[in-house]
Ligand binder design. Sequence first.
Ligand SMILES: [Zn+2]
Length: 577
Amino acid sequence: MKNILFCLLALSLIGISKPAISQNSRSQLLDSIFSKSGEVYFTFKVADKEDIHTLTRLISIDHVKGKTVHAYANKKEFSDFLRYDAVYTILPHPGTLIPENEVNARQGADRPGNRTSWNFYPTYQQYVDYMVGFAASYPGICKLDTIGTTMQGRLILAVKISKNVNQEEAEPQFLYTSSIHGDETTGYVLMLHLIDYLLTNYGVDPAITTMVNTTEICINPLANPDGTYHGGNNSVYGAVRYNANNVDLNRNFPDPKAGQHPDGNAWQVETEAWMAYAGSNHFSMSANFHGGSEVFNYPWDTWAKLAADDDWWQFVGREWADTVHVNGPAGYFTFLNNGITNGYAWYEITGGRQDYMNYWHNCREVTVEISNTKLLPVSQLLSFWNYNYRSFLNFIEEAHYGFNGIVTDTVNDQPVAAKVFINGHDIDFSEVYSRSTTGFYARPIFEGSYNVTFSAPGYYTKTIRNVSVSKWTTTNLDVQLRPLTYDSQDKSVSSVLVYPNPSDGHFKLILPENPINPSCSIQILNTLGAVIYSAEVTRFSENSTVEIAVPNLANGLYYLKFNSGYRIYLDKLIIKK
Ligand SMILES: [Zn+2]
């Protein structure tokens, strides 16, 4: 098999240029590249795009234009690649392409705590100070999270921006993350700028205020700080793609098709930190910023199957690109289908974070290639912000559209972690789940009419038919699920005194606390949890007695539920005539 592959590839790879230097000096050059940056950047041509299927498992393909491939490789990956006799051209590393002074200009001109125009690359320490400073300056709406620590001990940081930021609320959780490829730094500064923009416009700009009030926005500007600060903590000049272990983090995730370790490497500490961060959150939508191209790359990357929400992906992708076209110069963000592409249709990758998030975390994550130049001169950072920030905001807003709501238990009104599945639509884990803490779920989806099934262990499944969704609107769909069996002991504290019990349907209650609002209620439920009697208790003094008469109830076991406004109490009620 391997030999056949070898022949096919050897035949189909076409060189761009004959090596102009001798074999010896070429290997010396490679040695010096590997010892300096750990990775080589190079280009070659394929005769057939099918070859990428094999090559993408050997080396880290950066982008493909027609039949020309740009790629990175560490020493081992490159020696695997060389076994295919490909003719290639070594390129200058993107992290050192522009003069050092154009990278470092204005560095240190703005100190954390001062207003800045975000037209420079911070040093590593400045970056940390900014992130800490955001949370310290806006403690009510901004919280700092440490996602993890890199191989070299740098911090992987995120801020969470939301009203009541320390509480989990019934609202969609959204994630922006950038520069998992350490030398693709445009998104790094743009995300710092976005954090600053959201915080300083809160309470000033009504749209931003509403967005922060109703969304949990998490932003990680720098996913691979060891790569970005490969040249030292004082400059992003010399940034590299891989982590300090010379591994491409965006090929290191479990893959829906290629399994747990698609790149043959163990999960890196950065990868494990991300997996834990994704698992402890509940991201509804996400975007991961890269550089080297200008295109909105939507799922899947690993296989040709279309995503369940392919129509939605094209819709939000077009919205992103069209908005950028209005605000950017001619020719910007127009690659492939005028700025959007299906990932696999462009080129296949395995082990990417996008597919991992979508497949294993029921997220909607996209890869956004934001600038053809990976390490943008500082003089262009503000322009790229202006081209893109409206698209950043629009995409966050999309997390509210489609349908969303709260799933609760019919008996105790407590949140239920339910699966929200769209019949005849959801595939490959595109369904969403409500959170156990709040019962909230969000399902961004293309306009249309859907039959939605809510299910949870221990509950009757419920299908809501013809849920209608229009673009740029929110359809609210709160759902109550009925428990399959009903046992008061594991539901709530029981301290309502019922007497006599059993009774003939005439009994008295002594309530454990004073009702605090006029809508507190007493309900009687059958053993399936259905409400068969309900009364509001509007006014009585503490420990006073409430008389209930339900003479028509058949003999049997029932449950009594008292909602005081603060607490829900449950007790057994037996009717025996
Ligand atoms: Zn990238």
